[in-house]
Each structure stands twice: as C-alpha cells, then as structure tokens.
Design a protein around this ligand. Structure first.
Ligand code: 5GP
Ligand code: ZN
Length: 113
C-alpha cells in the first residue's frame, strides 16, 4: 500500500515520532495533537478501518488494544485516557488506515459526538 500515508510511516519512508512498536503494531505521536498525549496506534497490516475487522486476525485486532494499553501506561496516563477510532465519513475519518487515537494527559469533556 505505497499510497497509504500510515503504511509509509510504518515502513519508515515517512518519519514519525515512534512511541512503541511490536511485531503487529506501531504507535507514534499525532502530528496535530488534541491533548497533551495524543498517540496513534495502528496495525502493521493495512486495514481501512474498524469496518474491515473481518479482514484481520483476532491477534492483530487484540494486539491494537494491547498496544493502546501499553502506550497509556508508558505515557503515565494514570488518571485515565480515551481511545477513539473514527470510521468513515460521518466520523470524519481522514486517513484510510485503521488507527486508534490514544488521548490523555488532562480532563476531557463527556461529549463523545
Ligand atoms: P482521523 O481523522 O482519520 O481519525 O485521524 C488521522 C490523524 O492522523 C489526525 O489526527 C492527523 O493529525 C494525523 N496525521 C495526519 N497526517 C499525519 C502525519 O503525517 N504524521 C502524523 N504523525 N500524524 C498525522
Ligand atoms: Zn495503510
């Protein structure tokens, strides 16, 4: 997927601020942070969004959530954090490679939409 921004970030072709990496996932700082901590967790396998979950193994999907938890611990988000995955136009997904926003480091509003 050479035309996919996050595939190019995962391969190192485009630089990123890496936070964590394992065999199945990669985590890096969002270029336009919405919170003091704003990390993107992505599977190394190209998947368009949560809607394509059936194209991935349970190991890959669970690996993404495990990496979200590891990132939150590594970043010291003891007060809590939010995990968000925008899927499709209504949710304003702007990069078509599955990603989970890990947000924290301050109090968030209770509005989700
Ligand atoms: P979405 O809107 O699809 O849920 O989230 C895409 C996220 O990717 C946005 O928060 C945006 O700031 C981030 N982003 C877009 N391009 C880049 C980039 O080149 N590098 C990094 N680190 N983040 C990016
Ligand atoms: Zn991709």
């Amino acid at each position: 997927m050479s035309d996919c921004l996050f595939c190019r970030i995962i391969s190192g072709e485009i630089p990123s601020a890496k936070v964590y990496e394992d065999a199945l996932t990669y985590a890096f700082r969002d270029i336009n942070p919405m919170m003091p901590v704003h990390v993107l967790v992505v599977p190394k396998q190209h998947l368009a969004s949560v809607a394509a979950a059936d194209e991935a193994t349970d190991e890959v999907l669970a690996g993404c959530l495990r990496t979200c938890a590891k990132v939150a611990a590594q970043e010291g988000l003891t007060g809590g954090f939010r995990v968000v995955s925008n899927c499709g136009d209504d949710a304003c997904q702007s990069v078509q490679h599955l990603h989970f926003h890990v947000l924290g480091g301050g109090k968030m509003t209770d509005r989700m939409g």
